[in-house]
Design a protein around this ligand. Structure first.
Ligand SMILES: [Cu+2]
Length: 247
């Protein structure tokens, strides 16, 4: 399959909120279960009408409720850390904690309605935890350009100045957390599975933080200290599908 550079959106946009609304609808509608067969047809008809009206009114891109699985995007990234420059896709912001030459590799693979994520690292400090997450932007020359955490359902209260710290949104099922612990040689692997796939938007990078693990308490959820390294993600597209962010 062709590999293309994936340029994600810089900040949450209206279309993100629409996508969020669609995701909620898409995930809730199939949960309508009817045990009394006499009412099944009528209730399913109502559910379908509600879904169609809701999807139309929010401008959702889905043609049907199974569209997400068909167009799910695979993301990957791999590289050795360098000082940030105009073309780098694997960079260190803190060589003392994330030495230049360290290698990061990540894959985000859709499976049905979920995404399996795996991170492998080598050359980092030995016997140390590193908090790691997917962020919305490709790696920038300075850490703040990586943007906030990628969220499936975007926290409506989050702003550029005050990113989401509400555990209802900043949690490892709505974001992608890949906190890793290195062995005596500075290598490690982490995996997670999240209950969503990437369709019209996706994360742009994987960011390594100085904290040894990600905070989870209210007001701190998702926090992990300074950003020390970044790996840009690229999309491997299914045939005939062009992620909106690539245009
Ligand atoms: Cu992060």
């Amino acid at each position: 399959m062709p590999v293309v550079h994936h340029t994600p959106m810089r900040e949450p946009r209206l279309s993100d909120k629409r996508h969020t609304a669609c995701s909620v609808i898409a995930s809730r509608t199939p949960t309508v279960t009817v045990t009394d067969r006499r009412f099944m047809h009528r209730r399913l008809t109502i559910a379908t009408v509600v879904a169609v009206v809701a999807l139309t009114s929010t401008g959702c891109a889905y043609k049907g409720l199974s569209m997400a699985a068909q167009s799910a995007v695979t993301l990957h990234g791999e590289g050795a850390l360098t000082e940030p420059n105009a073309t780098s896709t694997a960079e260190t912001y803190n060589p003392a904690l994330a030495p230049a030459g360290s290698r990061l590799k990540v894959s985000l693979n859709p499976s049905d309605e979920s995404t399996n994520a795996e991170l492998t690292v080598s050359g980092l400090l030995p016997n140390r935890g590193y908090a790691v997450h997917a962020h919305v932007n490709a790696c920038g020359a300075s850490p703040e350009l990586d943007g906030p955490h990628y969220q499936n359902r975007i926290d409506p209260a989050a702003t550029r100045q005050a990113p989401s710290t509400n555990p209802e949104y900043a949690n490892p099922r709505n974001e992608i957390w890949l906190d890793v612990h290195t062995d005596a040689a500075g290598s490690g692997t982490s995996r997670t599975t999240v209950p969503f796939v990437f369709t019209d938007r996706g994360p742009g990078s994987i960011v390594v933080h100085e904290a040894m693990q990600t905070a989870t308490e209210p007001g701190q959820a998702g926090k992990a200290g300074a950003r020390i390294a970044c790996l840009t993600l690229s999309a491997v597209q299914p045939n005939g599908v062009e992620p909106r962010g690539s245009r």
